[in-house]
Write a protein that binds this ligand. Structure first.
Ligand SMILES: [Zn+2]
Ligand SMILES: [Zn+2]
Length: 276
């Protein structure tokens, strides 16, 4: 089975439309695919329509930013009901936070001499939804930075221009939104947070006791050692295992939909008992 439960469209910071994401997943021989745009469910209807046409199992998802221990983490909501009011209200709050952040980032970049930062960034988006990635793309397009690495070294982080912190909802509240919508919560890319392994295990444990169901054991960037390690941790904490590429379609990203290593232990698979 080829399963990919973490993908982005242009409803957040991906390049492709939801239809194109689903078509690509089908081309890549996926048996099951999820769309998980940041803090939005706006692309799901389109993606689901296309998946139905192609007879491809589609998982309604979203990737929600959350606060744990004063840092931002990403929690995937999978198999959510997009019509659930509690989830919708939560996501709306985050969308408003994102809008305010975009305005502040643009303002800060203007202050650093980047004229028309907001207009130029908006022009890059296809849906008008602006993420930090779009600001980064604008800085590269304008020739101000060479690549993503140099953007995040000189802009948008720390004490640099365009660095704006956001107070996302607490992780337990976010898990609550997902569960209210009938979904399962999954901690995304656990090894991408810049904290020690001890802290990651504490994060996982805090999430587990607050209703989180799973952890992304396999990501496109995972080494075999990392997969085995995270699988072991999830087993210890009674969390189930998910698998997702975090595909965005950026030309500089070598990630492909559905190109994922196997779970070390299929008994842990989060989708094992999913009924369709
Ligand atoms: Zn993420
Ligand atoms: Zn993602």
């Amino acid at each position: 089975m080829v399963i990919d439960l973490h993908n982005h469209s242009y409803y957040s910071d991906g390049i492709l439309s939801p239809t194109e994401v689903v078509r690509l997943a089908n081309k890549q021989n996926c048996d099951m695919v999820a769309l998980t745009d940041h803090d939005t469910i706006d692309g799901l209807a389109e993606a689901s329509y296309e998946a139905n046409k192609l007879n491809l199992q589609f998982v309604f998802g979203t990737e929600i930013s959350a606060t744990w221990n004063n840092m931002t983490i990403h929690i995937l909501g999978l198999k959510i009901n997009p019509n659930n009011k509690i989830l919708q209200t939560g996501l709306k709050k985050h969308q408003q936070l994102r809008e305010v952040r975009s305005e502040k980032i643009a303002c800060s970049l203007e202050g650093a001499g980047i004229i028309g930062a907001m207009e130029k960034t908006k022009a890059i988006t296809k849906t008008g939804i602006i993420t930090r990635t779009h600001f980064a793309q604008m800085l590269i397009q304008e020739g101000i930075c060479k690549n993503m690495k140099s953007v995040f070294r000189n802009f948008l982080t720390g004490n640099n221009p365009g660095s704006v912190s956001v107070k996302w909802a607490q992780f337990d509240e976010v898990i609550g939104w997902i569960r209210s919508a009938g979904g399962v919560a999954v901690l995304a890319h656990p090894l991408r947070y810049r904290v020690t392994h001890t802290q990651i295990k504490r994060m996982m444990s805090d999430l587990a006791v607050n209703g989180c169901t799973g952890i992304e054991v396999v990501t496109a960037m995972s080494s075999l050692d990392e997969i085995i390690l995270v699988s072991q941790w999830s087993g210890e904490l009674g969390l189930l295992a998910s698998s997702g590429s975090d595909y965005h379609g950026w030309s500089n990203q070598r990630v492909q939909i559905g190109c994922l290593q196997d779970l070390p232990n299929y008994e842990q698979a989060i989708w094992k008992n999913w009924i369709w």
